[in-house]
Write a protein that binds this ligand. Structure first.
Ligand code: ADP
Ligand code: MN
Ligand code: MN
Ligand code: MN
Length: 333
């Protein structure tokens, strides 16, 4: 019999920020990747005396690392009775998207991250700091950006996997970068973002470089890392008033969003470094110091989308997109 390789990827139960796990399976050619399982007692998802958790495939794509007919399989974690595991945040996101399917909401997520070599940001001096921020954002040159070969490899891999990969850029803090996934619906945008994160870590192995989603990797006068979440409903794509109404709706549920936008958000949303304090909610046109930005083209065109700037780099995109769906669509219903 001939086989292909399927790498099953899932989200574990580590708190406060869950991690990705994966393991490989051979599947007979011509067959779909089946339901599988794992030892939940090793991932903070079960007790040792009753340790089986179920892997339910939800999104598959070509595996750009192994190539050939091999695939990556993003999974939901289920209990043995096939109900969602308590750590499974995708099920609620999918339910919200289903409930508000008429709104045809699209999301584009900007994932920021930081490369590390050991405990030091990549390219930083072992003792001390690089020159202050100012010249690194979208920079070019070996004294300005660190890790570009990994970034390029990752972009190629995401495209080979067929992800909706919008672009990349070097960020304000040296060794910090961004890629964007979208604009597509939920939960697909979050499935793809988790796969893109997995590919980033996996490709980093080849370079002995680790990518981290720490929201504030270096304390002090250095930018944190976020996951700006751009979104639109069908109405917003047709009317500016609907864009403003969506921003108002987010303002009406600020605390719940902050509580679900990633661990240690208060370290990043300080009011400095292109953020609005987590204690306030503000929106405005072109305002990168606001919680929610209305892009200038949206103001000009009087329609489009808005950018929720609050989510941390280490957020769970199932929680973020599910919450935006519930808050914005319930207010407009
Ligand atoms: P920024 O100027 O904040 O750095 P980026 O260019 O990095 O913005 O990211 C913008 C994101 O917004 C992209 O992922 C893009 O796909 C997404 N986007 C564009 N139009 C829409 C829309 N109508 N609805 C949702 N997302 C959108
Ligand atoms: Mn961006
Ligand atoms: Mn950015
Ligand atoms: Mn942005």
């Amino acid at each position: 019999m001939e086989y292909y390789k399927a790498e099953y990827i899932w989200i574990d139960g580590v708190e406060p920020t869950a991690k990705l796990r994966s393991k490989g399976k051979t599947v007979p050619k011509g067959e779909e990747p089946p339901i599988w399982g794992f030892d939940g007692s090793s991932t903070n998802q079960a007790a040792g005396f009753n340790s089986d958790c179920v892997l339910q495939p939800v999104f598959s794509c070509p595996d750009p690392v192994r190539g050939g007919d091999n695939i990556l399989v993003m999974c939901e974690v289920l209990l043995p009775d096939m109900s969602p595991h308590p750590t499974n945040t995708r099920a609620a996101c999918a339910a919200a998207a289903e409930k508000y399917a008429d709104f045809d909401m699209w999301f584009g997520i900007e994932q920021e991250y930081t490369f590390f070599s050991g405990v030091t940001p990549l390219g930083w001096p072992k003792n001390g700091f690089p020159a202050p921020q100012g010249g690194y954002y979208c920079g070019v040159g070996s004294d300005e950006v660190f890790g570009r070969p990994v970034v390029e490899d990752h972009m190629d891999a995401c495209l080979e996997a067929g992800l909706s990969f919008a672009g990349i850029n070097a960020e304000v803090m040296p060794a910090q970068w961004e890629f964007q996934i979208g604009a597509i619906g939920a939960p697909e945008v979050a499935d793809q973002l988790w796969v893109a994160r997995w590919l980033l870590y996996r490709i980093g192995e080849k370079y002995d470089v680790s990518a981290r989603l720490d929201p504030k990797p270096v304390l002090g006068d250095w930018n944190g890392a976020g996951a700006h979440t751009n979104f639109s409903t069908r109405q917003m794509r047709e009317s500016f008033d609907a864009c403003v109404a969506a921003a108002e709706a987010l303002g009406g549920n600020h605390d719940e969003h902050i509580a679900n936008y990633g661990d240690r958000i208060e370290l990043r949303l300080t009011g400095l470094h292109e953020t609005c304090s987590y204690k306030e909610f503000r929106y405005g046109v072109s305002d990168r110091g606001a919680s929610v930005r209305i892009p200038w083209q949206v103001d000009r065109d009087q329609k489009g989308y808005i950018e929720d700037r609050r989510p941390n780099a280490n957020c769970d995109p199932y929680k973020v997109t599910g919450l935006i769906l519930n808050t914005v669509c319930s207010a407009a219903s």
